[in-house]
Ligand binder design. Structure first.
Ligand SMILES: C[S@@+](CC[C@H](N)C(=O)[O-])C[C@H]1O[C@@H](n2cnc3c(N)ncnc32)[C@H](O)[C@@H]1O
Ligand SMILES: [Zn+2]
Length: 206
C-alpha cells in the first residue's frame, strides 16, 4: 500500500531540511527534462535509505553503477562516513555535472567517478566491496551478477533498481537482460533478497 497522501505532503515539505542533497535531486530532475528523450537520469527516491543501510553495516567500500548527477553517491557517502564510493557513469555530461556536484558538496576525497561503461570497469575491478548499488540502464544487467558475486563480501548488500522498469515502459531496451539479472540474483542461494518498492535488496549470507 502507498503511504497516505498527508505523509507524502509532509515529507515533501521537509525535503530541504531532512535531505541535505535535495537540491541535487531537483537538479537531476531538471537536467533530465532539458537533456532530451534518451536521458535516463532518474534520481532514486530511496537514496536516504541506501545511505542509512550503508552506514548501518559500517561500509568501507561502496560501488555504484549509474552516477547520474551524483545524488545517490552523495547519500551513500553521507550515510557511511567511513566509506569510499566508486561510481560509474557512461555519459560524459552526467559525469562532469556529478563531479562538480560532488566537489561543491565537499565529498571529492571519498567519491570517485569513472566516466566509462560499467561492464568494462567491472571486468578490471578487483576490490572487495560492502555495498553495491546498481542503478544503470538495463542492457548490461545480465552480465553484472557474476562480477557482483566476485566483488561483494559476505554480509554485504546488493541493492538493485530498475528491475521492473518494463512495467512502465514495455518496449524498453534491455528487458531480457533485466529478466536474466532477476533470475540469477533471485536464484542465487548466497543471497537473501527482498524488495523495497520496486528495488531489490539482497544480503550476501554465504
Ligand atoms: C537512473 S540514473 C542514475 C541515478 C543516480 N543513481 C541517482 O539516484 O541519483 C542512470 C544513470 O546510469 C547511466 N548509465 C546507464 N547505463 C550505464 C552503463 N552501462 N554504465 C555506466 N553508466 C550507465 C546513465 O547515463 C544515467 O546517468
Ligand atoms: Zn542527461
Amino acid at each position: 500500500m502507498d503511504e497516505p497522501a498527508p505523509f507524502e505532503q509532509w515529507l515533501a515539505a521537509q525535503a530541504s531540511t531532512v535531505d541535505p542533497f535535495d537540491h541535487i535531486r531537483q537538479a537531476s530532475e531538471a537536467h533530465r527534462q532539458q537533456h532530451g528523450a534518451a536521458c535516463t537520469v532518474y534520481p532514486t527516491s530511496r537514496a536516504p535509505l541506501w545511505g542509512v543501510v550503508a552506514g548501518a553495516i559500517r561500509a568501507n567500500r561502496i560501488l555504484e553503477i549509474g552516477t547520474g548527477l551524483g545524488y545517490s553517491a552523495l547519500w551513500l557517502a553521507y550515510g557511511a562516513p567511513e566509506a569510499n564510493v566508486s561510481t560509474i557513469e557512461v555519459d560524459p555530461d552526467h559525469a562532469a555535472l556529478a563531479r562538480a556536484n560532488v566537489r561543491k558538496a565537499g565529498y571529492a576525497n571519498r567519491i570517485k567517478i569513472a566516466n566509462t561503461r560499467a561492464i568494462g570497469f567491472l571486468a578490471d575491478y578487483d576490490e572487495q566491496v560492502d555495498v553495491i548499488f546498481c542503478d544503470g540502464d538495463l542492457d548490461e544487467y545480465g552480465d553484472y551478477p557474476a562480477h557482483f558475486m566476485r566483488l561483494l563480501r559476505v554480509g554485504g548488500l546488493l541493492i538493485t533498481a530498475n528491475l521492473f522498469a518494463g512495467w512502465y515502459t514495455p518496449d524498453m531496451p534491455g528487458l531480457d537482460s533485466a529478466i536474466a539479472y532477476r533470475n540469477q540474483t533471485l536464484g542465487d542461494q548466497r543471497l537473501l533478497t527482498t524488495f523495497i518498492g520496486a528495488n531489490a535488496i539482497s544480503l550476501r549470507i554465504r
